[in-house]
Design a protein. Sequence first.
Length: 124
Amino acid sequence: MEMEEQDWQFIGFMIDGVMQHTLATDNKFAAILLSEPQIVDITEEPNLKSLGVGTTYDEVSQTYIPFKPYDSWVWNTEIKSWEPPVSIPTGATETTGWAWSEEEVNWVAVPVDAGNVISVTYVE
């Protein structure tokens, strides 16, 4: 039997303000788990897909902050997203894209192929 989308909730297990685990579960089980203070409901979070282990909660802005992708990136409180210190360049093509290099603290051009598509951001 297939469950409807609204029958599911996404919850997170927090210790000292840091998410340790996330779980998708049915509403009945979620209700039991949510009675514990370290369990939080993250179902309605706008950036749900980026929440996971290492996510922190900022009490002031009441925002979940996903794991920092690179040491040099900074959290933008207005758009609620991590941003690189250098904007991604324009000029990518179907065969060349951009990947972040923490070593160079800059974007580097990379060929788009099956070996590195995970780290490439294509910009038209």
